[in-house]
Design a protein. Structure first.
Length: 297
């Protein structure tokens, strides 16, 4: 009887396969899933760089780490279109988080517009249609407080205007019904949320604006990518909160405000000028910190 077929190299990379497999010891666990094995294999082949014997992030070109599976540049798989049926691309965890529930073109357009806005250009709210957002979004929605007025908001004097926005206040409260809903969403330290709402309020527009884009935020539809959410400017620090669009909050994840802007600006430079994406652009001091939910991440 003929012996087993010997493969001179892994079917994905140039390394020698392990016994009774067409994959090497590095590639085999990367495709070891019944559901998307073929799609993972295709993505790995497309994003393999033989010159360095490594896989590169489809979005940033960064060399991916296949040993540490938790760092910002660890290898993961991203659905090109935010649907399970979509083809896959190899990605770093960082860029998988940045891309969130965006299509490839949407991601590139939004990061580009964020960089231009950082340099002083007004953000174009209509730059992308957010085609997949409503399908994939999972928001924690601030519940409407009951009719009982809490001690922290109670005032014995009759107050007609909300302390945040100036609109008619809830009976015996210093806040209007809308502001109450956001002030008393979870937790007990209401002060930072009040400060964030006050800083976000724009009297000329008659609404709250995003800290990162300057765009008027929505407060009615939680599936709207421009729905108003609380962002921790410093991850894990409840004292540093700002109002942000849902999609920006999801994109920023466990980056501090300064880290977020540094990554966005470096990515914009990489797309415009080429070369290597600087993987040391920030220290990623808060990477891996659990995210509580998109409404407060």
């Amino acid at each position: 009887m003929p012996g087993p077929v010997l493969h001179p190299k892994c079917s994905i990379c140039i390394n020698k396969p392990i016994k009774r497999s067409i994959y090497c010891i590095r590639c085999r666990p990367l495709v070891a899933t019944k559901a998307e094995s073929l799609k993972r294999r295709t993505a790995l082949i497309e994003d393999y760089d033989e010159s360095v014997d490594a896989f590169r992030c489809r979005w940033s070109g960064a060399v991916l780490d296949t040993d540490d599976r938790s760092g910002p540049f660890s290898l993961c798989f991203d659905h090109l279109i935010p649907r399970k049926s979509s083809a896959l691309a190899t990605s770093s965890l960082l860029f998988n988080s940045l891309k969130t529930d965006l299509g490839p073109d949407e991601f590139l357009l939004l990061t580009g517009d964020l960089a231009r806005h950082r340099n002083g250009t007004p953000f174009n709210k209509d730059v992308v249609p957010f085609l997949y957002w409503a399908e994939a979004v999972r928001l924690l929605v601030p519940p409407m407080p009951g009719r009982r007025v809490l001690d922290v908001e109670y005032t014995s004097a009759l107050r007609s205007a909300c302390d945040i926005c100036g609109k008619p206040s809830f009976p015996h409260s210093i806040f209007c019904p809308l502001c109450r809903r956001f002030v008393f969403w979870g937790g007990h330290d209401h002060g930072p949320r009040v400060r964030a709402l006050k800083l976000s309020w724009n009297p000329a527009l008659g609404g709250f604006v995003c800290h990162y884009t300057g765009v008027l935020l929505g407060t009615a539809n939680p599936k709207d990518p421009w729905y108003m959410t609380f962002d921790h400017c410093t991850p894990g620090n409840d004292k540093t909160q700002a109002m942000a669009a849902s999609w920006v909050n999801a994109m920023k994840t466990s980056l501090s405000e300064s880290e977020f802007w540094a990554v966005i600006m470096e990515y914009d430079r990489y797309l415009r000028e080429g070369g290597d994406f600087n993987q040391n652009i920030v220290k990623f001091s808060y990477w891996g910190r659990p995210v509580k939910g998109r409404a407060v991440a």
